[in-house]
Design a protein around this ligand. Sequence first.
Ligand SMILES: NC(=O)c1ccc[n+]([C@@H]2O[C@H](COP(=O)([O-])OP(=O)(O)OC[C@H]3O[C@@H](n4cnc5c(N)ncnc54)[C@H](OP(=O)(O)O)[C@@H]3O)[C@@H](O)[C@H]2O)c1
Length: 336
Amino acid sequence: MKTRKLKDLIVSEIGIGCMGFSHGYGQIPTEEYSIEAIRKAHDFGCTFFDTAEVYAPNLDPNLKGHNEKIVGKAIKDFRKDIVLATKLHLPTEEVKSKGVYETLRAHLDKSLKHLQTDYVDLYYLHRINPEVPVEEVAEGMGRLIKEGSIRGWGLSQVPVKIIDKAQKVTPLSAIQNIYSMIERGVEEEVIPYCLKNNIGFVPFSPIASGFLSGKVTVNTEFEKVDDVRNFVPQLKKENIAANQPILDVIGRFAKAKEATNAQISLAWMLHKYPNVVPIPGSKNQGRILENLGAWNVELTNEEFNDLETALNACEVHGHRGFDESEGRSFLQVKHK
Ligand SMILES: NC(=O)c1ccc[n+]([C@@H]2O[C@H](COP(=O)([O-])OP(=O)(O)OC[C@H]3O[C@@H](n4cnc5c(N)ncnc54)[C@H](OP(=O)(O)O)[C@@H]3O)[C@@H](O)[C@H]2O)c1
């Protein structure tokens, strides 16, 4: 198993996104199954696990910590050997009454309890709150690092102008933004900035919510409950059909490399950037290992160039992250 660095944090080349065990992709598995899945991923060589305080069925605030608790139980026997990432939101009212540092501290303390640990390796601000200056967040995160409660910090779904303000106060370990073969906006500024400043880049939704695996078709019916795929523009039937040429390209390379489509989509980004560590999400044990197995799929420079050229010739229909980039969640979109 090869490793990469997110600033000073050493992680397996691919991590796992644990969100689906609690939220986002329909019916959730039993807790026992999810814990076993995380442990099997670790046995397979995965040392990077991603969760968030808000991941809970239907993002129900009363169930906050649902996902962190599952992760905490699963990793407790090998906690020290892995890099554990979680995320927080900074609600305006709390910040107004307590201040930024105290709010960070209070959220972190809850997460530590859920995760059954006394430090978090990578603590992200999940979304920018425009009412809370990011420089103050950076300062608070710097204090948490000095105190030994977190080892590094990050921002999620942010443009370079925000990253730069934060970086100047407390250097970042990682940026977690949406990135896949069909959502490539971050290639313009964000990834180059991260490369230049020794910041890791952690793509979320790297398989485009399953689309790039080729397993989602125009006939796929998404689940009715807590399934973001009902609101992802790229997964509207007309966009699934229009994006078929992209799957044809991936399928060609998958066949030649004796790999799966999902593995090709991950191997492509690993080849493209040395600071990228994707965190594919799945609630299926077999697919989790399949995705991690992408670290064994090596593209030669020639293969990569052919793939890149073929992808660049395809038009992408619809976005995955349009609404999230605007700072709104899919649940808010649903209620519009
Ligand atoms: N920072 C943020 O704002 C943010 C936002 C979203 C997600 N995240 C994090 O990023 C992680 C990954 O994002 P994601 O789950 O949205 O994206 P993803 O990995 O692109 O897609 C997950 C979807 O793809 C399917 N899938 C995964 N691997 C597959 C395979 N090999 N073959 C067929 N289908 C496959 C899954 O279905 P099955 O479950 O049925 O396998 C699931 O429906 C999350 O778990 C979470 O930790 C962060």
